[in-house]
Design a protein around this ligand. Structure first.
Ligand code: C6P
Length: 414
């Protein structure tokens, strides 16, 4: 596939789909309809080839060897960091830390930035629509430090209540950590405004961008966030690698996350001195092929144009919203003004797991469960929902297959 950078206004799904080998298979006798992109995305051939090429030609450790393979691996690894810096609109590639995932990025900030600054009685402010990855690390830290975790509520439409947020930021707040796009609801949060309000009170902000980066332009400089995290596997890249953007002045003042090779300048039994960021936070041999594959995935997105991807996915969401609601007994969860990537719904008297199982019989892959966001489920008094989540390769006829599957569910359950 070759589309000149930034020129695409609509996506040619057929050309794109040809790039994704895993999409071309039958599941339970039906062509696969993959609508579980919020859990993880399929990978284009270019990403698979980049990972494979590393193992076939350049396989070596980074930052350690003087030999040719190690130098090639180091150049490829570090130029991936530069690609990610450009993709996120960061100023400096030293602001890009490779992690295992969004989860690890949040844990890193909790441990190395907030932990040393958190005292008994201090507060960490998150929201009611967080993924467990943006709840539990803060809970652990608050318990350890005698601090409080405070929760910004949301409405039944699944929108954050900003007036409450404003009231809850206090002189005790040490960080605001907020999800950019909710994985369980699809709500796009007004993070620009949240960051501005927090900064007005001198409070740093961490953004969980796991579900935003695949669906919209993210510019960390324009957002002015202090930290931003995302996972490669949700943006068509390999699993096992994620990214933490951190403002340089913040990273410079942070203590290491883990100890080991590559994060040090010198070690003796008496004293160890630490490397500069980002290496200070990357102990041990990194996921080299993951970084290379991720850079390739971001290049793939850039070639299509993130605006074209967003427009395509928005039209899928609009179609899905209308079509699903026409199925008797279906109720969508939340009605936010801005939604991206995912829709959650329930069907009267039918458990989401049963819906997911019957859809799978028709080749339709969705997620059924609490989506690692149990407080969201509690808000709506539910134990689970069905979630359909979309990616750049999905087509309108796949939504029609989902809707047909939902009619089958009704028939099975009378
Ligand atoms: N959500 C989902 O099906 P990791 O596992 O570290 O790559 O991503 C964690 C994470 C953090 N924040 C948000 C908003 C997320 O959606 C996720 C992952 C997947 O919704 C798997 S639970």
């Amino acid at each position: 596939m070759s589309v000149p950078a930034g020129t695409a206004t609509t996506l040619n799904c057929e050309t794109i789909r040809a790039d994704f080998p895993a999409l071309h298979q039958d599941v339970n006798g039906h062509p696969l309809v993959y609508l579980d992109n919020a859990a993880t995305t399929q990978k284009p051939q270019a990403v698979i080839d980049a990972v494979r090429s590393f193992y076939e030609h350049d396989c070596s450790n980074v930052h350690r060897g003087v030999h040719a393979l190690s130098q090639r691996a180091t150049v490829a690894f570090e130029s991936s960091r530069t690609s990610i810096k450009n993709f996120l609109g960061a100023r400096d590639s030293r602001e890009i830390v490779f992690t295992r995932s969004t989860t690890e990025a949040i844990n890193l900030v909790a441990h190395s930035f907030v932990g040393p600054r958190l005292n008994p009685g201090d507060e960490v402010l998150i929201t009611e629509m967080e993924h467990h990855s943006n709840i539990v690390p803060w809970q652990l830290l608050c318990d350890e430090k005698g601090a409080s975790l405070r929760i910004v509520p949301m409405t039944d439409d699944a929108e954050l209540i900003l007036e409450e947020f404003e009231k809850m930021i206090s002189e005790r707040t040490r960080i605001v950590s907020v999800v950019h796009v909710s994985n369980a609801l699809g709500t796009v949060n007004p993070v620009e405004e949240i960051i501005r309000l927090a900064h007005d009170k001198g409070v740093p902000v961490m953004v969980d961008g796991a579900q935003a980066v695949p669906h919209m332009k993210v510019d960390v400089e324009a957002l002015d966030c202090d930290f931003y995290a995302f996972s490669s596997h949700k943006v068509y890249g390999p699993t096992g690698i994620g990214v933490l953007f951190g403002k340089r002045e913040r990273l410079l003042k942070m203590k290491p996350y883990q100890g080991g090779g590559d994060m040090i300048l010198s070690v003796s039994f008496e004293r160890t001195t630490f490397n500069e960021p980002p290496h200070r936070f990357e102990a041990g041999t990194p996921n080299i092929e993951g970084a290379i594959g991720l850079a390739k995935a971001l290049e793939y997105i850039d070639d299509l144009g993130i605006d074209a991807i967003q427009a395509h996915e928005q039209s899928l969401l609009e179609h899905a919203t209308q079509a699903i609601l026409e199925v008797p007994g279906v109720r969508l969860i939340g009605a936010p003004q801005h939604r991206a990537g995912a829709l959650s719904f329930v069907m009267e008297d039918i458990h989401p797991h049963d819906i997911g199982t019957i859809l799978d019989q028709e080749g339709v892959a969705v997620r059924a469960g609490h989506h690692c966001a149990q407080p969201v489920m509690q808000h709506f008094n539910l134990s689970a929902t069905v979630r359909a989540s979309f990616g750049l390769y999905n087509r309108v006829d796949e939504i029609d297959a989902l809707v047909k599957g939902l009619h089958s569910v009704r028939e099975v359950f009378g």
